[in-house]
Design a binder for this molecule. Structure first.
Ligand SMILES: NC(=O)C1=CN([C@@H]2O[C@H](COP(=O)(O)OP(=O)(O)OC[C@H]3O[C@@H](n4cnc5c(N)ncnc54)[C@H](OP(=O)(O)O)[C@@H]3O)[C@@H](O)[C@H]2O)[C@@H](O)CC1
Ligand SMILES: [K+]
Length: 496
């Protein structure tokens, strides 16, 4: 699903009105009907509805929503935060609303004494927000934020800019955001989640043709037939068809990362998994993962031997591998000579950040999987996720790599700067070992999916589905990366 800018949404609006048989006021009516269709099954008419309206088209939506809810017998009050003069569609809807005598139109509202079973609907500002909110409107929003009751924002919470960082000032805090047609970039930013709550995208019938033709660097990942079919293999499969991968991770007393990654690769369908191991740790891997082949390193404590990786379709390098000189040299050799799908995680990223000459050796299409801390080591500080996004795009374009920037909505960027956001997963996944699992899934599917960007998007998606299933089955506290490995079963089944 594409994410469009405010400018593109405005153009889609204009195109729709010009080319489809619908007027601007009827488009507003349709949007408001969709909102009411969403609200009415969830909330009975016992709820009091208080709608805060501005004077633009977001306010116009608020007025139409009020009229439609009152027709369904909800008790509706409208608070005009910016008076009675506004956009043409706002004024038309105010006229229509005034014909309904049961709706009270107010210029003031006592939030403190309001019924607790209230729903506050924020229709003050939508995509037309042009500056931080100040003065009386800000104080209405603050009072609504402090009031008890359910909060619903129309299109976007007032005070939040749709496609740029929002100032640390007044923003409506929603439980639900009901947004029109396409998600906004602001919805993908971790710092905005507390204001957005749960978001729903309502189809209001803007021209699909126009939206399909819009160019956007941003989208939300959805499984396609391509992903499903890429994981299928010929009916008489031998292990070579599913591919081979090797895990180069851990070291003496740090074999957990290698073990988790190898298990995840096995449960993601790899044909043959190998693990590079220091001699004292060979038994650990052999006992834990009987399916794994051992690539014996010559070194006792830190991995450092450059072995024959020619047959490996994918190599994971980095989790818990440490920073010994021989390990850094091994990474350098792998960057210079390995031709398959390289996946770099954790310590490998820190090594790259500290030995920047190695960045120039990164093979095209390498997949890097940093969390924000590791990413900052690579690109320097940033203050918000919009800045992180710009850094991400420029890093991937410059080095021609695919990066998975892990976070609440993990961002996956390709070599050209296209960013796909993932929406599966949950807080319970933020535990040590979760990243090792992702590396294993990447290695497990890379030989079949073939392109690094599609591999990265699909692996992150599956990792999140396994996490969501673990949350359901075990709860946020009990779930671990190991339970998530068992839940890969449901993740893969869900896309069969
Ligand atoms: N896209 C679609 O297809 C559809 C869109 N629809 C709806 O339209 C909404 C967009 O409407 P919109 O463009 O009228 O903008 P909106 O946010 O209502 O307000 C703009 C007004 O507020 C003012 N203003 C701004 N910031 C301010 C501030 N801090 N403090 C004070 N004033 C401020 C601003 O003034 P100005 O910046 O011009 O000085 C202007 O007067 C969209 O979110 C959706 O809900 C639906 O109806 C269906 C179809
Ligand atoms: K709003």
């Amino acid at each position: 699903m594409k994410i469009l800018s405010v400018e593109q949404i405005r153009e889609a609006d204009q195109y729709t009105i010009k080319n489809l048989p619908i007027t601007s006021i009827n488009l507003m009516e349709r949007a408001s009907e969709e909102v009411v269709k969403w609200i009415s099954p969830y909330f009975s008419t016992d709820y009091d509805i208080i709608i805060l309206v501005g004077s633009g088209n977001n306010g116009g939506d608020g007025l139409a929503i009020g009229r439609l809810l009152s027709k369904l017998n909800y008790k509706v009050r409208i608070l005009l935060t910016m008076g009675e003069t506004g956009s043409p569609d706002f004024e038309e809807n105010l006229k229509r609303l005034k014909l309904i005598k049961t709706v009270r139109i107010l210029n003031d509202f006592d939030f403190i004494n309001a019924d607790k079973k209230s729903i506050y609907i924020d229709a003050i500002f939508g995509s037309g927000l042009s500056r931080p909110i100040k003065g009386e409107i800000a104080s209405w929003i603050q009072k609504a934020n402090e009031a008890s009751g359910t909060k619903i924002a129309i299109d976007i919470p007032s005070g939040l800019f749709a496609d740029k960082p929002s100032p640390d000032e007044t923003i409506f805090i929603s439980d639900y955001t009901l947004s029109f047609q396409v998600p906004k970039l602001a919805f993908m930013m971790a710092e905005n989640q507390a204001f957005i709550g749960h978001s729903e995208i309502l189809d209001i019938g803007l021209s699909k043709e126009f939206i399909n033709n819009c160019l956007s660097d941003y989208s939300i990942f959805k499984i396609t037939n391509y992903h499903k079919s890429s994981l299928k293999v010929a009916s008489i499969a031998h292990k070579g068809i599913r591919g081979r991968a090797a895990i180069i991770a851990g070291g003496h007393a740090r074999m957990g990362a290698a073990s988790l990654a190898a298990k995840a690769a096995l449960h993601s369908g790899i044909g043959l998994i190998s693990v590079q191991v220091c001699p004292p740790c060979i038994n650990i891997i052999q006992i834990q993962i009987p399916e794994a082949l051992i690539l014996a390193d010559e070194n006792e404590y830190a991995l450092g031997s450059f072995l024959d990786y020619e047959k490996q379709d994918a190599l994971v390098f980095g989790p818990a591998i440490g920073f010994a000189n021989k390990t850094i040299k091994l990474l350098e050799k792998i960057l210079s000579h390995y031709k398959g799908q390289l996946i770099l995680d954790a310590d490998a990223i820190t090594i790259l950040a500290e030995h920047r000459e190695l960045l120039e050796l990164l093979p095209k299409g390498t997949i890097l999987t940093p969390h924000h801390g590791e990413f900052k080591r690579l690109v320097g500080k940033y203050d918000n996720n919009f800045e992180a996004l710009m850094q991400l795009k420029s890093f991937c374009k410059h080095h021609k790599v695919v990066m998975i920037l892990k976070g609440q909505h993990t961002a996956i960027c390709d070599e050209k700067g296209f960013v796909s956001f993932n929406t599966t997963g949950n807080n319970g996944m933020a535990k040590g070992g979760s990243g090792d699992l992702l590396c294993g899934i990447l290695a497990g599917i890379a030989p079949r999916v073939k392109t690094p960007f599609e591999t990265a998007k699909l692996a992150v998606y599956l990792h999140g589905v396994a996490g969501d299933q673990s949350l359901k089955e075990f709860g946020e506290n009990y779930m671990t990366p190991s339970t998530m490995i068992s839940n890969l079963k449901e993740a893969f089944k869900s896309i069969e």
